[in-house]
Design a protein. Sequence first.
Length: 413
Amino acid sequence: MDHCHTSSLISLEQALEKLLVQAVTLTQTEIISLTQSAGRITATDIISPINVPPFDNSAMDGYAVRLADLNGNQALPIAGKAFAGAPFQGEWPAGSCIRIMTGAPIPAGADAVIMQEQVEVTESGIRFSYPAQQGQNIRTIGEDIAQNAVVLPKGTKLSTAQLPVIASLGIAKVKVIRRLKVAIFSTGDELQAIGEPLQAGQIYDTNRFAVRLMLEKLDCEVIDLGVIPDNPDALRDAFAEADKQVDLVISSGGASVGEADYTKPILEEVGKINFWKLAIKPGKPFAFGKLENAWFCGLPGNPVSAVLTFYQLVQPLIARLSGFTAWQPPMRLNAKAITPLKKSPGRLDFQRGTASINEHGELEVQTTGHQGSHIFSSYSLGNCFIVLERERGHITAGETVQIEFFNHLLKNQ
């Protein structure tokens, strides 16, 4: 039945292409403290002002030597010591060695550092029983990062892997793209605020709550406009208010074809719809368009559909608007289905599943259970999407399917 009505729907790939081609990265930037920059996107290349390490230093606790002084099994007296922050000072007589600690500057003229576990301490000095090589256990200046090198390119998201690198350069402030401003609201007279008692015919507004959580994980500045009643004037006012304040407006509900679904006609009145209705399941009634100033994404009203369309479409849009150049679409992996999966041809289907490695080292996946677009618990039970091709039908246990592991927006841990 579904197959007969999907020829006019656009594919996920087409939707992403339309969306990303039109979206333009923000140009406004700000300079902030490095300690406050986690999750932000660099607005310029990060260029190293120094060499790292800034001087040749020892990679081991041991003894700095000149290879010319090593004469068979003859012990060398210790001429001094070098510590991190306290380099060896003074003359270094020929035929001697220097006690050195990890991180200490290499004394001028030293060819190698021999680790302390490879020497014998005698009354006459240090006997070196292992052969040494030029440059052994010496970290050279600029070996990690050379002065004036591009350490991180523009468009890098700063996190635990990047921030300590910048700190090692002595850089205290970074120029970043300003945070994306996003307005969110839900539509529907049936929606009730979380914590309030439900009246007859009401449900809790979980979509806006879920969307806000994901936006915060994406480091967006969120303006919450609450629940907008099923009223054209109220919805028109909400669009107008949001358009003045933000870069992106995200609504939930009202994008379907019911008598009380006003999002599409109001958007056509105050802006432009670039596409509407996708050949995916769940999430067919997804709208993307432009208001006078802000972009607009209309999520479906069903909670599973709202999160899925945010994950697959809004997430890459936010990456593009925010200047996050390294964003990549979810990787799809082959897995063996160990439970049957119901599927009708016509739409690309994203079912929730639990993937694991079996005793033979094979990736396998099973359904989380009922896949209705109202079963939000399927996200908490699963760890991946089972991605079933548009024209595929039912899957029997043992068939190969593709999966996408949840990223940080949906991971349980």
